[in-house]
Design a protein around this ligand. Structure first.
Ligand SMILES: Cc1cc2nc3c(=O)[nH]c(=O)nc-3n(C[C@H](O)[C@H](O)[C@H](O)COP(=O)(O)O)c2cc1C
Length: 193
């Protein structure tokens, strides 16, 4: 079983990476493999609304990082979408990924069906709820199973490492990882062969 985490921040290894890794730690303890994909490393262009992806299973524009990331999403058993809050919502890179991924799945139904998902946001002060909702809306619209925790999945912090001081937020990330591991294991037990 494999879960990928996609970090939508322009800041590599920042707060969003830290909180995704906190979820990963619990998954790893349960024997689930994980991989962090950081969009800071790559260009993700906006959707061109051409719908040329119909029947092709991926975007037809191969010149940036999108197709590689989307292929990893299709291969994974679980997906964590993580974003810092930018202007009271997700980062523009995360939004471009959601826009293009959304159109590819609409044009090629079922690509993300029954994958286990969770959204997490790193936020200085305001907009965490909107960012989590934006990412959850993507997953709920793509037949994914969205996992919850004991609070909505945002952790507070501005400078790199500040999120580690938000004890409640970090505990929520660990619980989210445990819940994700639980459903992944139970899904394995009950899935039809
Ligand atoms: C372009 C930009 C816009 C931001 N907008 C907001 C905002 O609207 N609300 C907020 O609380 N924090 C905002 N922040 C702060 C980040 O969400 C916060 O520092 C977060 O921890 C960064 O996570 P990262 O280290 O993964 O990039 C913004 C930061 C940047 C760079």
């Amino acid at each position: 079983m494999k879960v990928i985490g996609i970090n939508g921040s322009s800041r590599k290894d920042g707060n969003t990476a830290i909180i995704i890794n906190a979820v990963f730690e619990e998954l790893n303890k349960a024997g689930v493999d994980t991989e962090l994909i950081q969009l800071a490393d790559m260009d993700i262009q906006p959707c061109r609304a051409c719908f040329a992806c119909k029947g092709k299973g991926n975007c037809v524009f191969k010149g940036d990082g999108f197709c590689q990331v989307f292929s990893r999403m299709v291969e994974a058993d679980g997906i964590i979408l993580g974003s810092p809050v930018y202007s009271a919502d997700v980062s523009s890179k995360m939004k471009a990924l959601l826009d293009r991924g959304g159109v590819v799945v609409a044009a090629n139904p079922g690509l993300l069906k029954h994958k286990i998902g969770a959204s997490v946001a790193a936020v200085r002060r305001a907009g965490g709820m909107t960012a989590v909702d934006t990412m959850n809306h993507f997953m709920l619209n793509k037949e994914m199973i969205v996992v919850g925790s004991t609070y909505w999945n945002m952790v507070y912090g501005k400078d790199i490492g500040d999120v580690l001081k938000d004890d409640e937020g970090m505990a929520n990330m660990r619980n989210l990882g445990q819940n994700m591991a639980w459903i992944l294991k139970n899904q394995q037990l009950t899935s039809p062969k």
